[in-house]
Design a protein around this ligand. Structure first.
Ligand SMILES: Cc1ncc(COP(=O)(O)O)c(C=O)c1O
Length: 391
């Protein structure tokens, strides 16, 4: 038996869905994208949803609409995918990295407050692996300092605090539909916001800054009249093939999330005896979306002195599982310590000790809705066997 890290859920419904726009002949930024936006907005309970080509372009678009400019500082967690920081750089801003809480893998809100300077314009909290960042604390720091908040909800589908879906706490939220995420359109992204003004600007900027979309022009009474272009925009338009696929995935969304939770609960139970592995925490009032099930490999309490040695043991464990046909991955990387940022801002692991530990010791296990009990058992028994064998 070979067990991948994830597997998208596609059936005859998805196969049929992607044919529909091809039959109409309108395949970019058309009616299926609009329906996907409406359904997504209803699911997360946001008044506006704006589809894009990825979460990276959603974040880029959001920051462009918020007028991030050279010299602006934006606080981002040090342990996140590099895209969270890159979008700040694209606009000439400076990502100011903040260490994380090693229990939740999310931004350390106390350190975050200490990083605000007169140049800070916003915060990008990340809901890593499907667990919301502490949005009460983020909101307090933002309000006190007049900052915007763009939630990086790339992994956040199904993540809630007291019943409220992520992507609705900040100025806006940005989601990903990459195949590693709970629902997928291949590539794809979405901005959610309560601001009509911000949504309208994002809609224009994703289409080169146009005053009117192609679809609106074509169904209007003067389709021959071109739009005007008051803004310097981008081409971040989603295709209707992706939009139709997204609608088919939305039909399954509740089932997908329930099955992901089932697998996570089964892991929680079976991994409990492994005191060398910390399991994902879920603070009271939080719903975890389980985009990933990420543990921390910690035979010894991690310290700066032992992290490299323990990291080697984690890698040996991952290699043993790989040899047994079971895919595992590090949770994500410490973007702050990737070469570009290390060299650009003279950063080193001691600047972000916990992000460095998370990168070195995190272990993401296979998780997909179709996963059987036998597969979950095999992952857990293989982990136990590999550790028992002195991994
Ligand atoms: C935290 C985070 N932010 C942003 C992204 C970028 O998403 P996309 O691949 O849709 O551009 C990812 C992708 O994995 C991510 O994990």
């Amino acid at each position: 038996m070979s067990i991948p890290i994830t597997k998208p859920v596609f059936g005859p419904e998805e196969l049929r869905a992607v044919q529909l726009p091809l039959e109409t002949g309108w395949i970019v930024q058309g009616p299926y994208v609009k329906t996907f936006e409406d359904r997504f907005a209803a699911f997360v309970v946001a008044s506006q949803a704006v589809a894009t080509t990825s979460c990276t372009t959603a974040l880029h678009l959001a920051l462009a609409a918020l007028r991030v400019a050279p010299g602006d500082e934006v606080i981002v967690p040090a342990f996140t995918w590099v895209a969270t920081a890159n979008v700040v750089e694209y606009l000439g801003g400076r990502p100011v990295f903040c260490d994380i809480d090693l229990e939740t893998f999310n931004i350390d809100v106390d350190q975050m407050a200490s990083l605000v300077t007169p140049r800070t314009v916003g915060i990008i909290p990340v809901h890593l692996f499907g667990l919301c960042a502490d949005m009460d604390a983020v909101g307090r720091v933002a309000e006190r300092n007049g900052l915007w908040v763009v939630e990086d909800a790339a992994c956040g589908f199904g993540a809630r605090i007291r019943g409220r879906h992520c992507g609705t706490f900040g100025t806006c939220g940005c989601f990903s539909f990459h195949p590693r995420k709970a629902i997928t359109t291949g590539e794809g992204g979405m901005i959610t916001t309560a601001s009509h003004e911000l949504a309208a600007l994002a809609v224009s900027l994703r289409d080169h800054g146009a005053t009117e979309s192609d679809l609106a022009r074509h169904v209007g009474n003067a389709p021959f009249r071109l739009a005007d272009y008051p803004h310097l925009g981008y081409n971040f338009r989603m295709t209707d093939i992706q939009g139709a696929l997204g609608c088919a995935q939305m039909d399954r969304a509740e089932w997908i999330l329930a099955e992901r939770t089932r697998v996570a609960r089964a892991y929680d139970e079976r991994l409990e005896p492994f005191d060398w592995l910390s399991r994902p925490v879920v603070p009271p009032g939080f719903d975890h979306g389980y985009q990933s099930y990420v543990c921390l490999f910690r035979p010894d309490a991690p310290t700066s002195a032992n992290v490299e040695r323990q990291s080697e043991r984690r890698d040996e464990l991952m290699a043993a599982l790989e040899a047994a046909g079971i895919a595992t991955r590090p949770g994500t990387h410490a973007a702050a310590l990737s070469r570009y940022y290390r060299e650009r801002y003279s950063l080193e692991p001691s600047c972000f000790a916990r992000a460095h530990m998370a990168e070195s010791l995190s272990l993401s296990l296979p998780l997909f809705p179709q996963m059987t009990d036998a597969e979950i058992d095999l992952v857990c028994s293989s982990l136990g066997a590999a550790m028992g064998a002195g991994a």
